[in-house]
Design a protein around this ligand. Structure first.
Ligand code: PMP
Length: 343
């Protein structure tokens, strides 16, 4: 049976968390002389709510999940790092990843002195069958599944995720940074019956707030309590908490933007397929498209010269470039430039 104590680093279980002024006293008062703040009003002279209660309440309503099962980080990158710090014993536990995938899992592993085991995705970028990898999954640690996957754009089969989670003794982290662009439903629906599941989402993509640095982790209360125990006390600043709350009240604007991006993604895919030097356009459920070109390196450099920056992913997937879906005007400019380059 999964037991949080078995997978949490002993020093983390034993340590005492820092108790900030704002977490020790949370009620209303006339005079706050407890946190060594400057008393003069600047709108930002007070520390922010360390547990971001108001914001979590609104996120919870939207996602149908209680605040005690939500962690907020300085981007989901902070959540990834804290998961390593809490649940991977350096030099002992391992991280399992399925390349080609998001690069920060191995970077965070390296920072935390955790060995990475690479279990490649299949040719269709789906997970390998559990039986094929079960021997490697004997040790505990963290296992990352990115869905929709960056840079391939496909959604990972939910049954396969569930199967791995049911048979893995460590934590399974499903990174859903791009889920809002997908027709597939979130794995949040698996949380209740999967105690070793952590789902990551972010305000950086569909919500249009990459500069804000707010990422979300959803998991059991036990897992969230550990993340809260080790996070820097005031990791989400006051402005970010306010702006994130604001965007949640404008979800119809966000939904319209998502619809436009999805339409543009389909238009871009169709048109890219018609170019002579395009070998293949991978189907995408995200806000980017992975495209294999005959001459990806040269094409990448020429686009830079023309002021259009795409992401060269040819080291991860041979001959491939990842193109983020831009505004309709930007996408037209890209297509026209690519057409011109063929002449
Ligand atoms: N996960 C994936 C799959 C990503 O592509 C990214 C950013 N490119 C992140 C997480 C990090 O997002 P955030 O801005 O929330 O730190």
């Amino acid at each position: 049976m999964f037991n949080i104590e078995n997978i949490t680093r002993k020093n983390i279980l034993q340590m005492k968390a820092y108790s900030s002024a704002r977490s020790e006293f949370q009620g209303f008062a006339n005079v706050f002389l407890d946190a060594n703040e400057n008393p003069n009003e600047t709108m930002l002279n007070r520390y922010p709510d360390p547990l971001q209660k108001e914001l979590k309440k609104e996120i919870g309503k939207l996602k149908g999940i209680g605040s005690s099962r939500i962690f907020l980080g300085n981007g989901s990158d902070e959540a990834i790092d804290l998961l390593f710090r809490a649940f991977c014993e350096p030099g002992v536990d391992r991280a399992f990843i399925f390349p080609p995938t998001y690069g920060m899992y191995s970077v965070s592993a390296a920072i935390n002195n955790v060995e990475v085991v690479e279990l490649s995705l299949e040719n269709d970028f789906q997970l390998p069958l559990f039986d094929a990898i079960k021997d490697q999954l004997q040790s505990a640690g963290l296992l990352f599944i990115c869905s929709p996957n960056n840079p391939t754009g496909n959604v990972i089969n939910k049954k396969a995720i569930q199967n791995i989670a049911d048979n893995f003794s460590g934590l399974v982290v499903v990174d859903e940074a791009y889920i809002d662009f997908s027709t597939e439903k979130s794995t949040l629906s698996l949380l209740n019956e999967t105690p070793n599941l952590v789902v990551l989402q972010t305000f950086s993509k569909a919500w249009g707030l990459a500069g804000l640095r707010v990422g979300m982790a959803f998991a059991s209360e036990e897992i969230i309590n550990i993340l809260n125990k080790i996070k820097p006390p005031y990791n989400i600043n006051t402005l970010s908490q306010k702006e994130a709350l604001k965007i949640l009240t404008k979800s119809s604007v966000t939904e319209d933007q998502i619809e436009t991006i999805k339409k543009e993604r389909e238009k871009l895919s169709v048109e890219l397929k018609q170019l002579d030097n395009v070998v293949q356009v991978f189907p995408s459920e995200a806000n980017f498209i992975l495209v294999e070109f005959e001459n990806s390196e040269a094409l990448f450099n020429t686009l830079i010269e023309k002021g259009i920056i795409v992401r060269n992913r040819s080291k991860q997937v041979k001959g491939c470039i990842r193109i983020t879906v831009g505004t309709p005007e930007e996408n037209t400019l890209l297509l026209n430039t690519l057409k011109e380059m063929q002449r």
